[in-house]
Structure formats: C-alpha cells, structure tokens
Design a protein around this ligand. Sequence first.
Ligand code: HEM
Length: 417
Amino acid sequence: MDPFHNPFIAEHTGRARTIPLEEFSPANPKYMEMDVWQPYFSRLREEAPLHYCEDKIIGPYWSLTRYKDIMATEVNTRVFSSSSTFGGITLMDQREELPMFIAMDQPKHDEQRKVVQPIVSPQNLESMEKLIRQRTQKVLDALPHNETFNWVEKVSIDLTNMMLATLFDFPFEDRALLTYWSDSATANTLGGGHIDSEATRERILAECLAYFTRLWNERVNAEPGSDLVSMLAHGPATRNMSPREYLGNLVLLIVGGNDTTRNSMTGGVCFLNQNPDEYAKLRANPALVESMVSEIIRYQTPLAYMRRTALEDFEMHGQTIRKGDKLAMWYASGNRDGEAIDNPDQFIIDRARPRQHLSFGFGIHRCVGNRLAELQLRILWEEILQRFSKIEVVGPPKRVFSAFIRGYTELPVRVSR
Ligand code: HEM
C-alpha cells in the first residue's frame, strides 16, 4: 500500500476546476488537513490572483496567491499593517487582543525585535551547535529498530521542545508544558482537540503567563542573561511591557520556534519517501543536506499564510482592497508559483537557488529564527545519514486541521540501519 495515496485528491482536482470562484474559501482548514489544497491555489494563481471571499466563519477576506504580489505586499508596510489592533496576522479576528511584535507596526516592532535578535546571532548559533547535535544523537540513538513508531512524537516534538527549553532557559523537567502551550495557542477550536473554545484557550494561556511570570521575577533582578526571558526582562523596549504583552511575545516565541521547525522535521521524511530518487541522491552525496533543508522548508511551507490589514484603499489587479479589509498572503501558494520557481511542484534537493522561497516571509517581519531552524534541520539530517540507511513511512500521515499551520500530528515510520 502507498502510504501517500490520497483518496480525496481526484475529486478535489475536478472540483477545483469547476467551482464558481466566488463560492471558494481558500482558508477552509480541511483543504490543508486533507492535503487537497494545491489544485485550488493553482486555479487562483491563474484566474484570480487577488481573490475575494465572504467566509461565514472568518468574515470577508482577500487572498493573494502569486509570489511577486506577496513580496510586494510584504514590503508595503505603509498600506498593509500587521498590527493586532486591526486583527493581527491570522484571518480569524481575535476576541481579545494579544500584542506581540510580529503583530506590531513600526517603530515598536523594530524596537522589540531588536531585544531578542541576539538569541540567533552567528556566535550564539555556533555555541548552540554542539548541544543541538548531542541531543539529536541521543534522540536518534534511542529510536526502536524494526518497530513502527510515530516520528512526530518521538523525534520532531522532542527535539524542538528541547530547543525551546534552551532558548528560554526553561526548567527542563517541565519542558513538555512548552509544547502544550504552543499547541493550545494555535489549535483551531473546531478541530475536535482540547481547545474547544476561546475561553479554554485563555485559561491555558493564563497558566503559561503565571509560570513565565515566576521566571521573569527571578531574572529581572539578576544580571542580564542570554536566554529569552532575561532578554525580555532587561530589554529597553520590553522591560515595561504589560503582562498581556509579555504573554503575547511568549506565545510568539514559543509557537515561532516550535510548530514550524517540528513540521519541517516531519515533512522532510515524507518528501524523501515520496521521492526515492532524491533520497538516493542524498545518500550518494550527503553534502546536499544544506540545500535540501531549504527545499524541505519551501515544500512544507509550515506557515501557510500571514494576514495583513489595509490601512487605506489600494488598487491591485483591477480591484480595490478597501481600508480595513483583511488580506491573506498565501506563502504555500507563492512557493508553488511557476513564474518564480522552476518546477515548483517537484521536490528537488539540489536546486540552484534553494533559499529563494517565501516560507520565512519577507521584509521587516522576516523570520527571526530562520538560521536556527535551518541549523536544527541540517544537524538532524546529518545525524540521520550517519545512522540509518532508510526511514520508511509505513502508514498515511495525519495532518493538522488548520489553514494557518501546515503540519502533522502523526507519521508512522520504521527505521533501519
Ligand atoms: C516570523 C516562519 C522558525 C521566531 C516568522 C514569519 C514566518 C515564519 C512566515 C512571518 C514573516 C512575515 O510576516 O514576513 C518560520 C518557519 C520556521 C520558523 C517556516 C521554521 C522552518 C522559527 C524559529 C523561531 C522563530 C526557530 C525562534 C527562535 C520567529 C519570530 C518571528 C517569526 C520571533 C517574528 C518576526 C517579526 O515579526 O519581526 N517566522 N519560522 N521562527 N519567526 Fe519564524
């Protein structure tokens, strides 16, 4: 049986060709969960690169699906705001505002970003490399052989969770809480999981804030340290934050460093299984790991889109985006745009310009942690190649019910030497 056989794709490919465009809502979380999103976005890129939709749940919104349009919008911060005051970076408007610097405009955005930037300085990355490698080796060495297990849980979650604990200098024995808070912050309330309402989410995030407030209080009166809590507690632009803003920035840093890298760790295993020739190429030439990591991140596009809100009327593709309208820049689609990327639907580990993708965004909000994520993935694959001749996917992957997070909850695999 082919674990990647998708029983839904034929039907959706047909539907994507015929559905009236005004009836189509690209942000339906089922499209990503069922992995049937591509034909819809391909049609939008061709026929409606700026698409308007009146969604019953999230309200009216625009979608941008071409690479170049997304880049142009990212840099037009005068017209397109990220601010949580207008709804922030996801299409669903939040009931209660949660300020964080990814959802701020200038100048406050830059001031707060500068406070945490040193966590990913080249020197800091270099000093973390040894620790990341040791942990990766330990996790891989503990994997069962000739036995099916869930790669998401045993490898991707474990590694990204330990990384987060290091970045925050978080008590190691409690580190599972970080994954729990990250999942709670991003879960779709309609997904059937533990976050069944916004009230439940707020209650769990309040627990997160209480825990981190203890860490803040310990560190604010100590010498400035090199962890994220200490940086925030001492940073000129963050030391006087309200508790709500502290929570917002914590959520940003926890989610930013967690889901995205985790899902790239799982995505890589999927893509190499779907493309055995690329897997053979990698085994024959392990030096390709570096360019493969970028290709994994492009192909996975762990965050499907970012939202902006128009601060004034704006003309594009003969239509007017009105002041106050929300707009999704679909990175997942831009990364499959043949006008910008050759053979965009193919997973090719030795592309000429592998870092030319939209997965980290662009402009002033471009991902702070991009080099760290690449480092973690590079080490993971270097260590995998040292140990296993094959990681075989033996059952269908289960994907996250979300239009925002493109990820996996389960990937059954077997490893062999
Ligand atoms: C911002 C993706 C890993 C922290 C972003 C943005 C994207 C993104 C799309 C928004 C860009 C924009 O609006 O233009 C990713 C992906 C990752 C990853 C795909 C892994 C493969 C990380 C890691 C960290 C991190 C490991 C933590 C250390 C952040 C922060 C921001 C951000 C703090 C906000 C930047 C700002 O607003 O200035 N990321 N990220 N990310 N990311 Fe990442």
